[in-house]
Design a protein around this ligand. Structure first.
Ligand code: MN
Length: 149
C-alpha cells in the first residue's frame, strides 16, 4: 500500500496522463501545488516501486502497474465525490474526498458504489431522500456540533 501522499501523486499523474501526451515533474508540481523537491521525492519512491519510469528531460511514464493503480485511484475519487453529492453533504466535496479516500476499505467503497448504482436506477428514492433531508433541516434535526459553544 502507498502512503496517502504517494497515492495522491500517482492519482494526479494518471489523471494528467489522460489528457496529455507527456507528463513532466513540473506539471505535477503545478497540479498539486507543491514544490519540485517534494515531487522529486515522491517520484523517486514511485519509480523504486515500479509504478513509473523517470525518463530524461523530467518526463514521467507510468508502467502497467502504475496505470492500473492510477485508474483505481481516479475512479475511487470520483465514486466518493458522487457519494457526497448524492447524500447532499454541505461540505467542501473535493477537500473532504481528498481526506477520506485514503482511509476507506475496498468493501466500503464497493458498498458505496452499489448504493450509487441503486440510486441511479431508482431516482424517485433519491428525490424522496432529498425531501427527507430538507424536512430534517427545517426541523433543525441532526447531530449537534459539540465544538460550538
Ligand atoms: Mn487524497
Amino acid at each position: 500500500m502507498l502512503s496517502p501522499s504517494l497515492e495522491d501523486y500517482l492519482e494526479e499523474i494518471y489523471r494528467f496522463s489522460l489528457n496529455h501526451n507527456v507528463v513532466r515533474v513540473s506539471d505535477i508540481a503545478t497540479c498539486l501545488d507543491v514544490t519540485m523537491p517534494s515531487v522529486n521525492n515522491a517520484i523517486r519512491k514511485l519509480s523504486s516501486e515500479n509504478y513509473l519510469i523517470y525518463k530524461k528531460y523530467k518526463e514521467l511514464v507510468l508502467t502497467e502497474k502504475g496505470r492500473r493503480l492510477g485508474k483505481f485511484l481516479v475512479e475511487r475519487n470520483r465514486i466518493l465525490q458522487n457519494f457526497l453529492r448524492v447524500i447532499d453533504s454541505k461540505c467542501d466535496i473535493k477537500a473532504e474526498v481528498e481526506a477520506m479516500e485514503h482511509y476507506l476499505s475496498l468493501p466500503t467503497i464497493r458498498a458505496i458504489e452499489n448504493l450509487l448504482d441503486f440510486i441511479e436506477d431508482n431516482k424517485e428514492c433519491h428525490e424522496k431522500f432529498i425531501r427527507h433531508c430538507r424536512y430534517r433541516e427545517k426541523k433543525g434535526l441532526g447531530l449537534v456540533d459539540g465544538y460550538q459553544e
